[in-house]
Structures are given as C-alpha cells and as structure tokens.
Ligand binder design. Sequence first.
Ligand code: PLP
Length: 375
Amino acid sequence: MLYLDHAATTPTRAEVRAAMAPYLGERFGNPSGIHATARAAKNSIEEARERIAAAIGATRPLEIVFTGGGTEADNLAIAGAALARDGGVVTTAVEHAAVLESARFVERLRHTVAIVPVDRAGRVAPEMVADAIDDGTAVVSVMTANNETGTIQPVENIIRIVRSGNGRVLIHTDAVQAFASLPVHAGDNGPDLISVSGHKIGGPQGVGFLYVLDGIELEPVIHGGGQELGRRSGTHNVAAIVGLAAAVEAAVAERDAYRIRVGAARDRFEEDLRSRVPIDVTVGDADRLVSHAHLRFPGILAETLLVRLDLAGVAAAAGAACHSGAITTSHVLVAMGLDREAAAESIRFSFGRQDDVTTAEEAARVVAGVVEGMS
Ligand code: PLP
C-alpha cells in the first residue's frame, strides 16, 4: 500500500506507542483522585503538559489545555472566546469545518460572523481580515495552513496588522495540518490561541491541545467535573495525553529534516507525474506545505480515479473526508473560485515522515499508469 493520505491521519510513531503502553495497563489511575495511583496519573499529565509547553515555547505549562482532538480545540477557541467576550468571529472561507461550524454556532447565539474570502490560491489578505473586525469581534481565526490544498496563510502579518489596529481582539490559528512542517511558536507576537491535534503528527487519535495565552479567559464548551482548571471537563485520557507529548516532541525534533525529505518526495512525485500525464497544481506557485500535492488531472473524474488508485494500492483523497464516504464539492475549492469541473477532477496526495524520493517515484509510476489507463 502506498499511503498518500497523511493529511487525513498519520501512522502512530513507535515511541508514541511505547510511551502509551504502560497507561493502557498497570498505570491506569484517574488523575482527579487523591491516592497514590491517581497522583501518579496526575504527575504523568502534568509532565506531558510541561513537555508540550517547552516544545512550542509556551512560558507556562498551564497554557496547554488538553482536548479530545483538533476539532474540540477549535470549538473551545471559537465558541469559548465568543461566549467569554460576548462577541463575534472573523474567519476565512477555507477553514476546516471545526472552525466554520463553530462560527455558525456563534452566529446562532446572535453574534456577528464575518467570513473573509480568499484568492485563487486560497490565501487570505491580511488587510481584509483586519477590515472585517469591528467592536463586536471577540476572536479572529485564520488557519496556519489548509488541510486540503496545503496553502500557507500569512498568519504573522495578520497578527501584526490586527494588533496594530485593535489590541483587544483574540487571534486563533488552527495549526493542525501545519504542525509537522512549520514552526509553531507560542508567546511574544504569536497567536493567543493555537489548536494542535495528535493524530496528524504520529500521535494517537482523539487527543489534542489548545494553547491559551496566560490570562485569557475562555468559556468552557464541555461542562462537568472541572478538569483542566474548569476549561475542559471529563476524565483525562492519560495514555493519549502521554502519547501526544511524545508525538509533539518527536515532530518538533524532526521538523527541519521532515521539511527537506518530504518536500523532496512531493516535488519528485509532481515532476515524475508531469513527465507522463497532464497535471495542474491547484494552488499554482503559492506557498504550501511540503506534504501536500493537490492536483487536477484534466478530463479525469477524481471519484473514479480514487477508486482505481485504491485498487492499485494507492490511498489518496478528494474533497474533504466525508462522513458518508461520498465526495461533495469542497468548500475550499469553491472559495478559491474553481469551477465544478475543475473541483471534480482534483485529488489530494499527502506525504508523510516515512516517505522519500524512492516512495515518491514509485507512487508517481503507479498513479501515472492508472491515469494513462483512464485517458
Ligand atoms: N483542523 C484541521 C485543519 C484539520 O485538518 C483537522 C483534521 O482533519 C481538524 C482541524 C480536526 O482535527 P481532529 O481530527 O483531531 O478532530
């Protein structure tokens, strides 16, 4: 199997599995208790928090709030900020559904939501984000990079422009896709809120964290026993949290090497493909994640191609992964102005840390063969 769907999820790292194993066995304590077994679990969570904080440059471990994944981190950031500040949301048309649907939820609470459009490459203009902010805005949310196309957003510029105009509004970035390859820094001049998910970086599924700059109040979106200082109730998934810390540390340590190796693989894949079949890179020359190759094969229906690729042993994706398995036209491609035909002929290949130019050459050979067979 040539697995080219790392944007959907990644294989769990061996060191993550090893770190988690004791917590699926003898180290089973509930960290909310007071006896020794509980305290041991609590210590493991706090150690994981410290390691994650150090890995992203957060000054205080308590700036890390553990969540049940990227979706939940986005919900806490958007709805939590809107509810705590009694205000609305400014975001972009290409955000993940976790952000867009959270924004819609905020809209149902009668706050204003502004969705800023993007250009043909999927980039948002910082000035347009700043212009969309008004006195009723609680939070601005712009993803670090897009999950479908890999387009990198000018988040640093957005922070600079937004803060020069309105010091009060919170800035959130969904760094779920970007974390493997781009530096994600908390602290001075960084975002107030950052979402990260375990399973996109070789960690377990169903766990993630929201970085919350010290002093920022969010209204919890999950209510209960008051864990995570009341910011996210529910018994901690200790094994997953320990695994998340191992994944974050490994991803940060290998980031530079990842960028070089995976970038070379992706580039070789596109070069080899282009030498055999017609392709268009959806985002053109725009800055994008090294892992992502979002390509159009003119005249070839993506839905059919995906099935044939699967039969040939290649896992890829079209549109956003959908609950029903059916492919719908991606809101990201629509926002970028692609027509239905172009969108229906486009596929995402996403490379991962185990790929190199050799796997890329093999992948290009198989994909080109399948496409030639359909032409
Ligand atoms: N945000 C982005 C950009 C993503 O790509 C994803 C996962 O597809 C999520 C959020 C959701 O993360 P999770 O799967 O951990 O809920």
